[in-house]
Design a protein around this ligand. Structure first.
Ligand code: ADP
Ligand code: MG
Length: 268
């Protein structure tokens, strides 16, 4: 996706349960609430972003698996779940096999980027929900985007895992995708009453400066309840604190992309 309008980001963190999928579906819904044309791509075989957007991963005919293997075009795999205002390319367990099937295929890291290119002009934003690993799937995600959004909980060990991810981003930037940058760290499931979380949050700000998003996503039970209803929290209960935070984060992202220098190749 290289069109001027389209901005492509992946939500990545090799740890599981840190809020990637919650961020992916709610940022998609939050951006859509601001009138943006959004495509969400589920790149995790667990298919949580698919189900959490209201599509049934078991009955989807075409998913990102077919797209990666060239069995369908990206456009053919796009669906619009009934209750959300964004488009989706879904995933299910089949995707776990892609890792093996892609070995030996030419440009295997670039399959997703190549497949998404024809959709560039149709969307203002594309978001990719990555699996909890630094696998070939995640590599496909990193090669297809302009930047990485890293959701993290403000816990003691959160900073340790970050080093691996930042190094991976640097490697991909150097070797495969000159456009790739770390856009920012998003503090999620935040509880300001916890002293440790506040301390880690302060540390993040002093270490990473403006790479830390201003918006903080609070721990909010409505966000956790939403997936069982098959909608993002932003759709489930728009007035809940967590939903409002994601709508604010959407606004922050819209502002942020205006300041991004296209294909600068400068920062990773
Ligand atoms: P990941 O995709 O990184 O594995 P998830 O987005 O699935 O993480 O989140 C893990 C769990 O935490 C889920 O049960 C989700 O509903 C819950 N969760 C995520 N963000 C929040 C939040 N801000 N407040 C409360 N629960 C949250
Ligand atoms: Mg997930």
């Amino acid at each position: 996706m290289g069109g001027d309008l389209s901005r492509v980001f992946c939500i990545a963190n090799q740890k599981g349960g840190v809020g990637k999928t919650t961020t992916a579906v709610n940022l998609a819904a939050g951006l859509a609430a601001h009138g943006q044309r959004v495509l969400l791509i589920d790149l995790d075989p667990q298919g949580n972003a698919t189900m959490g957007s209201g599509a049934d991963k078991r009955t989807l005919e075409r998913t990102v698996y077919h797209v990666l293997l060239g069995l369908a075009t990206a456009q053919e795999a796009v669906v619009r779940p009934p209750e959300v205002m964004y488009d989706l390319i879904g995933a299910n367990r089949e995707l776990a096999g892609a890792e093996v099937e892609l070995v030996g295929i030419e440009r295997r890291e670039l399959r997703l980027r190549d497949a998404l290119a024809p959709l560039a002009d149709r969307y203002d934003f594309a978001l990719i929900d990555c699996p909890p690993s630094l696998s070939l799937l995640t590599l496909n995600g990193l090669c297809a985007v302009h930047g990485v959004i890293v959701p993290m909980q403000c816990e003691y060990f959160a900073l340790e895992g970050l080093t691996d991810l930042v190094n991976t981003i640097k490697r991909v930037h150097a070797g495969l995708n000159r456009e790739l940058q770390l856009i920012g760290l998003l503090r999620v499931m935040f509880d300001s009453r916890m002293t440790l979380q506040q301390q880690v949050s302060d540390q993040l700000e002093s270490h990473f400066g403006d790479k830390v998003f201003r918006t903080i996503i609070p721990r909010n039970v409505r966000l956790a309840e939403a997936p069982s209803h098959g909608v993002p929290g932003v759709v489930f209960d728009r007035n809940a604190r967590g939903a409002q935070a994601y709508v604010s984060f959407g606004a922050e992202m819209i502002e942020r992309v205006k300041t991004m220098v296209p294909s600068s190749g400068a920062t990773a």
